[in-house]
Design a protein around this ligand. Structure first.
Ligand code: PLP
Length: 404
């Protein structure tokens, strides 16, 4: 039973007003709001446990370490990784992808080698590879996107060459809401002996992900997009790859022994976690994952699918509405243009009505260019949104449409 009012009561911010109007928060793709239990778990740790992890023999340090490693186990279970050695805490999806581009690139790529990305990637999955291209002379090959906002899978097949070393694509587009056929992409890549990195920033908050079932080689996501705190994210990587990659940063935690002549590195996952980790955020993330697990990822998915369908139907009744991204497999994101009104104007007017949407290029400029638009208005839904809120959005958009 999905008790939406009870769920909403877990998120204090949803009770607030903006310009005297009840807040309608449709910017979940950028970041989600936090349930009380996440914030409380973090302050509880600060008030009663706080000590640096992995270092001390004293009581508090041991307790903090247990919480931290317990959080890693919660993440492992959440995405069904084989072992906690495969779970690296990072600052977020961006850092996770940078780590792979940097360390995988260092170990396995040389001048002339290729990475396949797609036209719908977030800048976080483009720029790290471009930096590697500058450093090592590798090349980016790009899977095009169809008019409906789906990956052109025939083109993907043609992009493989003997120089392809890795494929790095998003599971769900943060602009179009398209759910990509990543299982099929991974199978195709593996048939060419090429590993696959998946950007899971927009998938993990919305449906269950099983990295073993997908057979993903790397999988990244951000805590703050899944009702957890900022400053923490995850990189899952198969041990067979992580073992053969050099460390990302040097410092404490990631070493076994240091001398001026030579240094040996710690075992996985610590080899990739230099410095004091954000153990408080890890606790918050684990609490958030427990929270969504208790609600049920399948129930969250069903609720948000219903919201997305309803939003698509209702938005199409507005004059001048152009929905960008009409893929068959569509998740909790709807992007649109309202006639020729600039997205920024739409967003500003909706804001005055208490409705938070995102406008602009959504860190996906190449995709905007391929659709020939300067940007879009994006409404992205979370587990606490309601159809009544979509009605408020539609009413607001009718007003904006009349004004212009
Ligand atoms: N990838 C996708 C698809 C995203 O939507 C985002 C954020 O919007 C990111 C990567 C970057 O996530 P973060 O800023 O949490 O590192």
């Amino acid at each position: 039973m999905y008790d939406i009012q009870k769920i909403r009561a877990d998120f204090p911010i949803l009770g607030r007003e903006v310009y005297g109007k009840p807040l309608v928060y449709f910017d979940n793709g950028a970041t989600t709001q936090k349930p009380r239990c996440v914030v409380e778990a973090m302050s509880e740790e600060y008030y009663n446990v706080n000590a640096n992890v992995h270092r001390g023999v004293h009581f508090l340090s041991t307790q903090a370490t247990e919480l931290h490693e317990g959080a890693r186990e919660t993440v492992r279970r959440f995405i069904n990784a084989r072992s906690t050695a495969e779970i690296i805490f990072t600052r977020g999806t961006t850092e996770s992808i940078n780590l792979v581009a940097s360390c995988f690139g260092e170990a396995f790529m040389s001048e002339g080698d290729e990475v396949i990305v797609s036209e719908m990637e977030h800048h976080s999955n483009i720029v790290p590879w471009q930096l590697l291209a500058e450093r090592k002379g590798i090349r980016l090959r790009v899977i095009p996107v169809t008019d409906a906002g789906e990956l052109d899978m025939d083109a993907l097949e043609r992009l493989f060459s003997e120089r392809t070393k890795i494929v790095s694509v998003t599971h769900v587009s943060n602009v179009l809401g398209t759910v990509n056929p990543v299982r099929r992409i991974i199978e195709t890549a593996h048939a060419h002996n090429v590993p696959v990195m998946i950007d899971g920033a927009q998938s993990t908050p919305h449906f269950a992900v099983d990295v073993q079932e997908l057979d993903a080689d790397f999988y990244a996501f951000s805590g703050h997009k899944i009702y957890g705190p900022t400053g923490i994210g995850v990189l899952y990587g198969k041990e067979q790859w992580l073992d053969r990659m050099p460390p990302y940063m040097g410092g404490g935690e990631m070493i076994q022994s240091v001398s001026f002549e030579s240094t040996t590195f710690n075992e996985l996952p610590f080899k990739f976690e230099a410095g004091t980790p954000d153990y408080i955020a890890a606790t918050g993330l684990a609490r958030a994952l427990d929270y969504v697990t208790a609600l049920g990822m399948d129930q969250i998915f069903a609720h948000e699918q219903q919201l997305t369908r309803y939003a698509m139907e209702q938005l199409q009744t507005i004059d001048g509405m152009r929905i960008i991204g009409t893929a068959t497999e569509h998740d909790a994101v709807v992007s649109f243009m309202l006639g020729d009104v600039h997205p920024l104007d739409v967003g500003t007017l909706l804001d005055r009505l208490g409705i938070a949407v995102r406008t602009g290029h959504h860190c996906a400029e190449p995709l905007m260019r391929s659709f020939g638009v300067p940007g879009t208005v994006r409404a992205s839904f979370g587990l606490y949104n309601t159809t009544e809120e979509i009605d408020i959005l539609v009413k607001g958009l009718r007003r904006v449409s009349q004004m212009f």
